[in-house]
Design a protein around this ligand. Structure first.
Ligand SMILES: Cc1ncc(COP(=O)(O)O)c(C=O)c1O
Length: 355
């Protein structure tokens, strides 16, 4: 503990990102990246930015990412003033905590959820209360009928993969008209219903998306928030008090191309969903209990084997999965859906471990 640290730094509990192993060919199923590359059109757009438009790199990028926002707005049937862009959805979420969730009452989020939420709450001094998921890891919306300064949850939830139906989300948003409800849809393209359809009817709804998962652009750091123009305005006020140019030129060009290639999204996400069904069946055959998943990962436990021990044995074989040492889930492993070959390597290793 350094005497030069500010008070708040002493109190922070930073998020611990999944390991990025420096190995030639790890089977990397620990951070929910896409096993497939981005659309070839993304690579063309980046090359063009570095080739014919390279001269422009000496200039700052568009601070409001106008072309990208217009492209993504059109894709979702929204207006550009209903779209905010940030450096990965983590940055978008951080701004939302500061801009929209910091009030007198505590905010609510599930006890098992994205572990960045408590980190942001501490960073921005936002009071929070966690609400237990039910025994099947589902959100019970009636449990959120209590005074709050805001509500946030991922849908599908992370790390469980469980999806909440849109009708339930609408009830929750309608019942909380006095606070902002944030639906973090990082994994929505892998099988859940998006709440974007509700935006025009609910001025208190903010939906957060990312290009890191279904569009294979985790390395580019591009995330979005969609909502009423007043909510977007609040995010822009924070952004312009923090970093006016959160997205560089390459990221903006890449993300536009990723949204234009709808067919690439369709085919890669179908591959991932088919592999998810295959992996789920293989894990079940080995005796694992697998939470039904609408995301690009599965959450599984083996009744006879300790999850951390399984994770450690996999790691010795350069296979990486994610274990959370947290209440209720310390016997589970979160496993990203890889290619079928990667999933087969995992299953073969698990077979030796649980035999
Ligand atoms: C639920 C959830 N939200 C947001 C993110 C952040 O994604 P990114 O910052 O890459 O857009 C993640 C990443 O794993 C996530 O799991």
């Amino acid at each position: 503990m350094s005497r030069y640290w500010s008070d708040i730094v002493h109190r922070l509990v930073p998020y611990v990102p999944g390991e990025q192993p420096a190995l030639a060919k790890p089977v990397k199923l620990n951070t929910n990246e896409n096993p497939y590359p981005p659309s070839p059109r993304v690579l063309d757009a980046i090359r063009a930015e570095l080739g014919e438009h390279a001269e422009s790199l000496r200039r700052y990028p568009d601070p409001i990412a106008k072309r990208l926002r217009a492209t993504v707005a059109a894709h979702h049937g929204l207006r550009a003033d209903q779209v905010f862009v940030g450096n990965g959805s983590d940055e978008v979420l951080a701004h939302a905590f500061q801009a929209l969730l910091k009030h007198d009452l505590p905010i609510l989020f599930p006890d098992i959820s994205y572990s960045f939420y408590p980190t942001y709450a501490r960073l921005y001094d936002v009071q929070y209360r966690t609400v237990p998921l039910d025994a099947a890891f589902a959100i019970r919306i009636e449990d959120y009928a209590q005074p709050n300064g805001g509500v946030i949850f991922p849908n599908p939830n992370a790390p469980t993969g469980h999806a909440l139906p849109l009708a339930q989300i609408e009830k929750l948003v309608a019942a909380n008209a006095n606070s902002v409800v944030i639906v973090d849809e990082a994994y929505v393209d892998f099988g859940a219903e998006s709440a974007i359809a509700l935006i025009d009817r609910y001025p208190n709804l903010l939906v957060v998306h990312t290009t890191s998962k279904s569009r294979s652009l985790a390395g580019m750091r591009v995330g979005f928030a969609f909502g009423h123009a007043d909510l977007i305005d609040a995010l822009n006020r924070v952004k312009d008090s923090f970093n006016s140019y959160p997205l560089d030129r390459l990221a903006q060009a890449a993300a536009v191309a990723a949204y234009e290639d709808v067919e690439w999204l369709r085919s890669t996400r179908e591959h991932v969903m088919a592999s998810r069904a295959r992996l789920t069946a293989s894990l079940a055959a080995l005796g694992f209990e697998v939470v039904p998943s609408a995301a690009n990962f599965v959450f599984a436990r083996h009744p006879a084997h300790d999850a951390a021990a399984i994770g450690a044995k996999l790691r010795e074989q350069e296979i990486f999965v994610r274990h959370f040492n947290a209440p209720r889930i310390d016997q589970h492993l979160r496993i990203t859906i890889g290619t079928d070959d990667e999933c087969d390597t995992l299953v073969a290793a698990l077979k030796r471990i649980v035999k």
